[in-house]
Design a protein around this ligand. Structure first.
Ligand SMILES: *Cc1c(COP(=O)(O)O)cnc(C)c1O
Length: 375
């Protein structure tokens, strides 16, 4: 049996090696390292795939969120509603721009923003909402968009963990996550569902005027070379990464199917166990399983992690400390927020290996190792 990893990037690469190697060498031969033709071509393919009118590539997923907030013209002191149960990047950029993060609780089933809590957190100073499609499960976008429309709020989807996920509105319309809000950000960090071989990210929107603003902010605030209209930043996707992503995008749907097959097999093994809650799959969306995260009840989590490690099974806690309890947010009144579901989840989640190259033998070993400890 091959060693088990949280994500097996090597085997995935080997399957497309000749194509990737040729593309990377082609970029090197061309020396078009910055803004080479692959960058726009990849952006166009991703726009078509995602049903978004505009895709603006950038340096990483954190920048994508930051640029979105800058281009929307959010100003210091504006309130931005966000879950605390997320990767730190979501909330950090809010604080970095001197906006005010307003942390709200998550739904105990989907682990995504609780729409009742969201509604209650709105004040006259609220300007934007950042729903996170956590672990590959979409937030309840239909409800979120209704609330946003009623209060004239921008919606910035954090789609870093859910690229390729389908969302179904009650009228039957099917769209991709990241094409629903005012704007969305995604990440091509290597372990993400669409990962490159370094850092990368993208911003998406259907709003033409906002797209122009986003491009400008990502490029030193210029729309014409050497004329800088607004304070921006320098955030680009390398041509080499774009060339790799162009190839990998063609495999994204099959990568998602592979992840769902792994999740199905875990569900079949764990669903009936009284101490385990398997991931909820909301009827409004297609869970794309960036993570496979179990909820433990009455299980010593540290003990389980150590037991798994001894069996050669890696596991991770995403995330051991929610944003509102991070020192970073002490001066923003972080721990004063009362988020019981977030705290409850933080103590109980554990993520198991899931990726596109899982072998049956490996997965069986993971399942047996988990069950041996908790039974
Ligand atoms: C990975 C991730 C990001 C940030 O992406 P980077 O490319 O690492 O900057 C933002 N939000 C969430 C939810 C993520 O998982």
């Amino acid at each position: 049996m091959r060693p088990i990893q949280m994500v097996d990037l090597k085997l995935q690469y080997q399957k497309i090696k000749s194509e990737i190697d040729a593309a990377v060498m082609g970029v090197i031969e061309s020396t078009a390292f910055i803004n080479g033709p692959h960058v726009q071509r990849f952006a166009d393919s991703l726009a078509a795939y995602n049903g978004s009118a505009h895709v603006i590539p950038c340096a990483n997923g954190t920048d994508a969120l930051q640029i979105a907030m800058m281009a929307l013209g959010l100003e210091p002191g504006d309130e931005v509603i966000t879950p605390s149960f997320t990767y730190i990047a979501t909330t950090e950029v809010i604080a970095l721009l001197r906006l005010k993060p307003v942390f709200v609780d998550v739904d105990p089933k989907t682990f995504c923003i609780d729409t009742d809590a969201l509604q209650k957190a709105i004040t006259p100073r609220t300007k934007a909402i950042v729903p996170v499609h956590l672990y590959g499960q979409a937030a309840n976008m239909e409800a979120i968009m209704k609330i946003a429309a009623a209060h004239n709020l921008a919606v910035i989807e954090d789609n870093a963990q859910a690229i390729g996920s389908d969302y179904y509105f009650t009228d039957g319309t099917k769209v991709k996550t990241g094409s629903i809000g005012t704007v969305s950000g995604t990440s091509f960090f290597p372990s993400k569902n669409l990962g490159c071989y370094g850092d990368g990210g993208a911003i998406m929107t259907n709003d033409d005027a906002l797209a122009a603003e986003l491009k400008m902010v990502a490029n030193h605030g210029q729309s014409r070379r050497y004329y800088h209209d607004v304070v921006g930043c320098n955030s680009r996707l390398d041509t080499i990464q774009a060339a790799i992503l162009e190839i990998k995008l063609r495999h994204l749907d099959e990568y998602i199917d592979a992840r769902i097959r792994v999740a199905d097999a875990y569900d079949a093994a764990f669903a009936a166990h009284p101490k385990l809650t398997t991931p909820f799959r909301a009827a409004y969306g297609k869970h794309v399983f960036h993570q496979y995260t179990l909820l433990l009840e009455g299980v010593d989590r540290d003990g389980l992690v150590a037991h798994l490690a001894a069996q050669g099974v890696p596991s991770m806690i995403y995330y051991p400390v929610p944003a509102h309890r991070q020192k970073m947010f002490a001066s923003f009144g972080g721990s004063a927020f009362d988020l019981p579901v977030t705290d409850w989840l933080t103590e109980r989640v554990i993520s198991l290996p899931i990726h596109t190259e899982m072998e049956d033998e490996q997965q069986q070993h993971i399942i047996t190792s988990v069950l041996n400890y908790i039974n």
